[in-house]
Design a protein around this ligand. Structure first.
Ligand SMILES: C[S@@+](CC[C@H](N)C(=O)[O-])C[C@H]1O[C@@H](n2cnc3c(N)ncnc32)[C@H](O)[C@@H]1O
Length: 304
């Protein structure tokens, strides 16, 4: 679980620094920043409650960036098997292809047509919009911790059968057995307790309902994670290490991310955003490359 903080080896940690010491980011060298962030990461790793608060702060902060067309916050996915024909997308979705492909790989693992779907940690809503428009559930509810991002989503994604609400993954504001499927993409590493989240996901799923999950972890955290599915009353049906696909997406997206950061982010925060975005040579990118971090995908079902 601690490894999740690789992602932030810049970001969220930075979140807590933002108002504390701007001058550090302006004047500090990259090495000094790296050391400081590592220290912060190790402190936060040991404190789930603090981890939740820092992430909440960070994503609330990010919701303030009104960058048009920024609707995804994941590392993306590239299919490495040429035998598969490319995912057909509308022209307007092409610029988000890698992020959409991750959603397609995760949520498209089962047939969601005419199903009631909950996405937990829906972020800026691009994934929820894609699933609703292309995979045709009866309804999709996106829930996110950040009230600001939920407000942004309800304003920007005008899609039939799609709504966004504010709430906590660890205390879902829904009745028992109210969804056919729960989707969770690159969000669980922010939670104070993933076992509590999985119990909540199982509670709101109808018996036999599907849980569609992707996120990153240290290799040694993957077995305990799988055990938590079992403990929550879910049976794993499929598991896949998609790290190589994610790394390829990060490579493909690198130039675009760098130029977006340069264009929209204040100079003193650029190195933090580069870490968060996982550009080449960032801590998270190198961790996927050297195997110290794995990106995994699971399909599970709530036991009947
Ligand atoms: C890296 S973003 C991923 C967003 C989206 N799934 C995507 O792929 O674009 C993680 C999201 O999880 C949300 N999140 C973090 N902790 C949460 C919690 N306890 N409950 C609900 N959402 C949470 C954050 O606010 C953020 O929007």
């Amino acid at each position: 679980m601690g490894s999740a903080w690789h992602k932030c080896a810049g970001l969220h940690k930075a979140a807590s620094l933002i108002d504390i010491d701007r001058t550090f980011f302006v004047s500090g060298g990259a090495k000094a920043q790296g050391r400081m962030l590592k220290l912060l990461v190790s402190v936060i790793e040991k404190r789930p409650a603090l981890r939740r608060r820092v992430w909440q702060f960070w994503y609330q902060h990010l919701a303030g960036y009104r960058i048009s067309n920024w609707t995804f916050m994941n590392y993306g996915y590239v299919c490495r098997n040429d035998a598969h024909s490319p995912l057909l997308l509308d022209q307007s979705d092409e610029s988000d292809r890698c992020c959409i492909q991750l959603y397609h790989r995760v949520a498209g693992a089962v047939d969601l047509e005419n199903q009631t779907v909950l996405e937990v940690g829906s972020g800026r809503g691009g994934g929820a919009s894609y699933v609703t428009r292309y995979l045709k559930p009866t309804s999709l509810t996106g829930i996110d911790f950040s009230g600001k991002v939920v407000e942004l989503c309800n304003r920007t994604h005008r899609v039939e059968n799609l709504t966004f609400v504010q709430g906590d993954a660890e205390a879902l504001p829904f009745d028992n057995a109210s969804f056919d499927a729960v989707v969770n993409v690159e969000s669980s590493h922010c939670y104070g307790s993933v076992p509590d989240f999985l119990k909540e996901a199982a509670r709101v799923l109808r018996p036999g309902g599907q849980f569609l999950f992707a996120d990153f972890r240290s290799p040694h955290d993957i077995e305990p994670l799988k055990q938590s599915f079992d403990d929550a009353g879910m049976t794993l049906l499929d598991e896949e290490d998609i790290s190589a696909n994610v790394v390829q997406a990060m490579e493909w997206e690198d130039e675009r991310k760098c130029s977006l950061i340069q264009k929209h982010i204040p100079g003193w925060l650029c190195s933090v955003f580069r870490q968060f975005a996982g550009v080449q040579d960032s801590t998270v990118f190198n961790s996927f490359k050297n195997g110290s971090l794995k990106y995994v995908r699971f399909v599970a079902t709530k036991s009947v």
